[in-house]
Design a protein around this ligand. Sequence first.
Ligand code: NAP
Length: 454
Amino acid sequence: MSYKSINPYTGRERKTYGNISNSELDEIVFESSRAFLSWRKTPLYKRQDLLNKLADLLEIEKEFHAATITAEMGKPVSQALAEVEKSALACRYYAERADEFLAPRKHSSSSGSSHIRFDPQGIVFAVMPWNFPYWQVIRCMAPALVSGNCVLLKHASNVPECAVNIENVVTKAGFPVNVFRNLFIDHSQVEKLIESDYVRSVSLTGSNVAGEKIAAAAGRNITKQVLELGGNDAFIVFNDADLEKAAENLVMGRFQNTGQSCIAAKRLFVHEQVYPAFLGLVTGRVKALKAGNPADKDVFIGPMVNEKAVDEIEAQLKKTLEMGGEVVTGGKRGKEGACFFEPTIVVNTPWDSPLAREEVFGPVLPVFSFKDYEELICRVNDSRFGLACSVFTADNKLMEKLSGDIDAGTIVFNSFAKSDPGLPFGGVKDSGYGRELSEYGIMEFVNIKTVSVF
Ligand code: NAP
């Protein structure tokens, strides 16, 4: 296996990178373990300064980084720019707040005079996906590095230039050598690395298939894990909602990144009283979305990551239509290129169809109507996933009730779901475990050490 950069819009192969050997991998792990010994002793303010420098560079060089994202995985460039800016924001967030999060805390107990300190663990191994190729890496790397860990990255095999760029910009920011390293390795080497005594945590963002494999390897080696996996998030519109605002948010929530987002709004539930009006509003907006060359700033729908991804959603849609679903708009491959699929809305979606039950990683939205609250909760929670949920309503009491009743890591009212550096992010059920971002995210990468003095 090798790392291939192929532009999904042009189909052109850009560059191939060979994997490193096992002995090279051993050497890098050893060097990283040596780097850890001095990095953990580097004063926190210096680590914070470096993270701020990294944020500066990402902001200064954002056009370059965004262009690489667009060329490697097809994200429309205006969205790629927003991703790089958000990555810089996450660096700033941890640069500004790490001393507060990592300050030792007095803790009252019956065990003498006690306090808690937050020490680094060692090497954090980040296994990352292609769909947000900067953001996913940086939301793991920033808290891990600032708390004194070293980070080894195994990025998805279709975004090698993003991986190289990230390593280069970290070096340029002044982080010491071997504190952060990119690795071109295959799946068996991922397992080998998890077996290393130096690797104390593994953080995977990716599919459930990868989650099962990595969790099993980490389990065998008693290595701490953070798993950020798939989703099939609900987007709920009640009859008192601001329908225009809900429609605008839904289109962003489902179709940005050409539908290839873990927290995309993947199932729409609309109160029956506003169902026809809302469906009309959303359909109009979806039909107006501009598809085309992702390097054009006014394009919103780019190519999907590759033809295999198009085949997969086409098969999920076909099966759903055979079971009784009906297309309102879209429904076929796009005319702009081999990796395009039209933004699609499906109604009368059978509950046991792929569009209702599986994660659909592309621009396809199944719609359901609901009448009463209990039926809605049953349906929303009847999913193996539980990442996030968006709800549009003006009723504060209803918000409180829903907050408790929905099984998800995040519930957002009157906006589409998106992550924020200052808020914990993660899932329940098959969407994974552990949290990223905020003070909860940094706690995943530290040894919460109890100190008692009698
Ligand atoms: P993926 O195929 O699971 O790949 C993710 C990473 O895991 C890649 O680096 C991949 O390497 C590696 N990997 C895959 N199988 C592996 C195995 N058996 N052993 C070791 N490493 C393995 O996922 P993807 O297609 O890139 O990303 C899409 C999925 O990620 C979706 O399900 C999406 O919902 C999920 N996701 C979740 C979040 C979240 O925060 N919860 C965020 C974004 C995406 P190779 O590329 O070399 O196979």
